[in-house]
Ligand binder design. Structure first.
Ligand SMILES: C[S@@+](CC[C@H](N)C(=O)[O-])C[C@H]1O[C@@H](n2cnc3c(N)ncnc32)[C@H](O)[C@@H]1O
Length: 410
């Protein structure tokens, strides 16, 4: 039976009867994909694992609580035989053969008429890996090949450009706080497929070095803007490259919509009729404190956190922040772009009721090799920034969470 290689095929099971015999671990592993395929699943088994039972409870499968009986496979298109009773498996297998029902056997691949490949998914494709014959079956090897392909596609180390669906346009990608491993899978894939990348100073700069030589990398800070504002010049550069039919990635630090002017770019692209995809990113506001051992919330300590921009001082008429209200909050304040103005910010918070002893941590260049954390209080932070020479980019965390760390319990 196994002299010839298996013939790979994708079964379209939507609405079609699939019979699963046995409700143990094998069924538990296989059922989710059968459910996702829309199959009309009948499970025949006296017992089932709690997860399989839950699938029956929610109506995803029909469960007949009994052992296999001859005739169970009569209406099936496909069967999975996975009981712990070898005799029942053999009888069911014979019935499948008689009725020409393709049948997988968990106990004896050699006698099965179908094999389940190791499968994985990546952006609209299913990767399925089969061994060529039953005797050479090495499930770990096929799973490892599947993992290598899926991971490679996800992280961009395996590049398979979308020839049919690929369209020019702009992907606004949140690159995360700086560590190249902290970009999303989708962001990394789009980066690997880009013709042009317009990148900010913050974010995963190391990833740019990995791009193939034909990719044009443009430093957003260096786009000449003459009589325009810098942001308009960036918008124009995005539009101009996309209009040339190129795939453009606008790589931004953190998340595009957290103090990232992302929506201005989305609006400019929409006005120019350029398709735009937004890929969220891990914002430094949460991840950088986390990387320095500070949770922005902690049970019994902080039930809220507020992310605020400190790029203008509290007494600046351009400020949109209600600092007196923030001073009255008891939770965590996370200040971005606040290194230069932290003296004024601390002063204002104390003036409006926050204790001068409130702990403060400044985390500079978080998640990168240069990460450093400096601790202070609201009373001392201005001085500490000077003496410790804290420089942007830094995330400033204000609140009791600063003192919560491993080994501290609320
Ligand atoms: C213009 S904002 C952009 C924020 C970004 N969109 C985000 O979600 O993280 C730039 C500020 O983010 C903070 N920041 C970004 N990356 C950082 C990092 N790796 N370490 C410390 N602060 C960072 C700093 O406060 C910096 O001044």
């Amino acid at each position: 039976m196994a002299e010839h290689p298996a013939y790979p095929v994708g079964l379209r099971l939507s609405g079609r009867r699939v019979v699963v015999l046995g409700g143990g671990q094998v069924a538990q592993r296989r059922l989710p994909a059968l459910i996702a395929a829309g199959a009309d699943i009948v499970l025949v088994s006296p017992e089932a694992t709690p997860s399989v039972e839950a699938m029956a409870d929610t109506g995803e499968i029909t469960w007949l609580r009994r052992g296999y009986e001859d005739g169970d496979l009569a209406d099936a298109w496909y069967a999975l035989i996975a009981t712990s009773d070898p005799e029942a498996n053999t009888r069911a297998s014979a019935e499948a053969e008689r009725n020409r029902v393709w049948c997988v056997r968990s106990d004896d691949a050699d006698r099965a008429t179908a094999w389940t490949p190791a499968t994985g998914h990546s952006e609209g494709v299913t990767v399925a890996v089969l061994t060529t014959d039953a005797r050479g079956r090495d499930p770990r090897h096929t799973a490892a090949i599947r993992d290598a392909v899926v991971e490679g596609l996800r992280d961009g180390t395996l590049v398979a450009p979308h020839h049919r669906t690929r369209t020019s346009g702009v992907a606004l990608v949140g690159g995360g706080p700086g560590d190249p491993d902290l970009i999303t899978v989708r962001g990394r894939r789009l980066l690997a497929e880009a013709d042009v990348v317009i990148a900010d100073r913050l974010g995963p700069r190391d990833l740019l070095a990995e791009l193939p030589p034909h990719v044009e990398v443009i430093d957003a800070a260096k786009i000449p803007y003459g009589r325009y504002m810098a942001q308009e010049a960036i918008n124009d550069a995005l539009i101009e490259h996309a209009k040339q039919g190129k795939s453009v990635v606008r790589l931004k630090g953190g998340d595009p919509f957290v103090f990232g002017r992302g929506m201005e770019e989305v609006q400019a692209l929409a006005e120019a009729g350029i398709p735009c995809t937004v890929v969220p990113g891990i914002s430094s506001s949460i991840s950088v404190p986390g990387a320095a051992g500070i949770p922005v919330t902690h049970r019994g300590v902080a039930h809220e956190f507020t992310v605020v921009s400190g790029h203008v001082a509290p007494d600046d008429e351009r400020s949109l922040v209600d600092w007196p209200s923030l001073a009255r909050l008891t939770g965590t304040l996370v200040v971005l772009m606040g290194v230069d103005k932290i003296g004024k910010i601390a002063e204002t918070l104390v003036a409006h009721g926050r204790s001068p002893g409130t702990p403060v941590a400044l985390v500079q260049e978080g998640t990168t090799a240069a990460q450093r954390r400096v601790d202070a209080t609201l009373a001392t932070v201005a001085e500490t920034v000077r003496t410790e020479d804290v420089k942007p980019p830094a995330v400033i965390v204000i609140g009791e969470v600063v003192q919560v760390g491993p080994g501290t319990s609320a």
